[in-house]
Write a protein that binds this ligand. Structure first.
Ligand code: ADE
Length: 250
């Protein structure tokens, strides 16, 4: 899989992508990455990529000509046209489901906006417009890294154990279960005994229960339409009841 970015700050990606799990995956060619400098597609002395908005207003907008030229040229390179993603807080909210969907593309080009936004006409080039959350970043570069990170970790061979991505929060529509490591007792708090028991069946059952409890406590919105047994729904209602009592206690 190849990720390409189009940005006026093409140098910001490499340091993050070179570290840790992503760095090892990149070194092992489990994905490819190319950063394109948008200024390559400008034709004036100052390599201008922005201009003032028609109708007045604060700040500068990214011009559409360099973006159109760049996306056309980049798309024409290579065997396959890329899936083109633009970033904007106005886009559709990104989730783990999107990461799973995007992990099956061979080639993705991320167009990273800066300044106050992009000339609206440039969005005609987008196969999709993505927001990473309801807040405003200074540019799309961090959003691109968020998406690349979340997709790369789903690619075969990237995480040591292929099960680890499947166990994660959101992958089953639930948050991940609570986890503990040594010491078994810390500041008087003991980890749940079942996790020390060596009984794999009991550990699995405890983890399922923990996932449901944590989801009910922290992200009950995720439970809408969840496929749970009758006992599991009872656990959800019990946890929600406790949560509401705690909320009124404070
Ligand atoms: N650019 C600025 N803010 C953004 C956001 N929340 N998501 C994606 N791109 C952005």
């Amino acid at each position: 899989m190849i990720f390409e970015v189009l940005s006026v700050f093409p140098q910001v990606f490499e340091p993050y992508l070179s570290e840790s799990i992503l760095g090892r995956a990149w070194q092992r060619s489990l994905f490819e990455f190319v950063a394109h400098d948008l200024r390559t597609w400008t034709h004036d002395r100052h390599s201008t990529v922005d201009d003032a908005p028609f109708g007045g207003g604060q700040g500068m907008l990214m011009k559409c000509e360099p973006i159109f030229e760049a996306v056309r040229d980049i798309s024409g390179q290579g065997k396959k046209r890329p899936h083109v993603i633009f970033f904007s807080p106005c886009g559709r909210r990104y989730s783990e489901k999107d990461a799973e969907r995007l992990s099956s593309f061979d080639r993705i080009l991320f167009v990273c906006g800066r300044y106050e936004g992009i000339d609206e006409r440039a969005y005609a080039l987008a196969d999709e417009i993505v927001s990473v959350g309801d807040y405003v970043l200074t540019g799309g570069e961090l959003a691109a890294l968020v998406v690349i990170d979340s997709v790369v970790r789903l690619l075969p061979g990237v995480l040591g154990d292929d099960r680890s991505a499947k166990d994660e929060s959101f992958s089953q529509g639930l948050l991940e279960y609570a986890q503990y490591t040594r010491p078994a007792t810390f500041q008087g708090e003991r980890v749940p005994e079942v996790l020390l028991s060596g009984d794999h069946g009991a550990v699995s059952a405890w983890r399922r229960r923990s996932s449901i409890e944590r989801t009910a406590r922290w992200r009950p919105d995720l439970l809408e339409g969840a496929e749970l047994s009758e006992d599991e729904w009872s656990l959800v209602h019990e946890t929600l009841g406790q949560r509401d009592c705690e909320a009124t206690d404070v």
